[in-house]
Design a protein. Structure first.
Length: 186
């Protein structure tokens, strides 16, 4: 994964599409973004842990300090799920949020215990941007709904079901209740 490699350190207010500049994006959040929210997001997901960025000759590298370990873990030692959570953290805490952020199945490769911390990050991001979340993970959808209620954030949830090869909106029964969009047939 590109996020595992040390990269030239530059101010990075927006994470690259491949996450190659993860360390720089996290350092930018630390310097000009919400440093406390970054620490809280890491501690919430990995209690007692903190993420640091080290400068090795102008190249930034991520380190995860975990309680009970004698040395920090480098990016090559992180699980795919841990790395993915840190990527979502950088994307959702960006100091330059987009007007619309679409998250397509962010639960992929995440341990189930990380879904609630991820949901909290998603809800927090809605303060600055409109978020569209597409998920197959009911626990993530439920955690987002609970977090939204706790923080008094409006959530509009649409559940789709597949019956006899046809995708429909759950709870809608008549022809007048069909969605307004049209998906062409293959």
């Amino acid at each position: 994964a590109p996020a595992r490699a040390a990269r030239i350190g530059t101010r990075t207010p927006v994470l690259a599409h491949d996450g190659a500049d993860l360390a720089a994006a996290l350092q930018t959040i630390r310097e000009i973004g919400d440093d406390e929210a970054l620490d809280d997001a890491v501690d919430d997901a990995f209690p007692g842990s903190r993420v640091r960025v080290v400068d090795n000759g102008g190249r930034f590298e991520l380190q995860l300090h975990q309680h009970g370990l004698l040395r920090p873990l480098g990016p090559a030692e992180l699980s795919d799920g841990t790395l993915r959570y840190l990527l979502w953290t950088a994307a959702l805490l960006t100091p330059r949020p987009p007007s619309l952020l679409v998250l397509n199945e962010p639960e992929t490769s995440l341990h189930p215990d990380l879904l609630r911390p991820l949901a909290d990050l998603i809800v927090a991001a809605t303060k600055d941007t409109q978020v569209v979340l597409v998920t197959h993970a009911r626990p993530l959808a439920e955690a987002v709904a609970k977090g939204a209620a706790r923080h008094r954030v409006d959530v509009n949830s649409i559940e789709l079901t597949k019956e006899s090869g046809q995708t429909t909106v759950a709870g809608r029964e008549s022809l007048l209740d069909e969605p307004l969009w049209y998906w062409p047939k293959r």
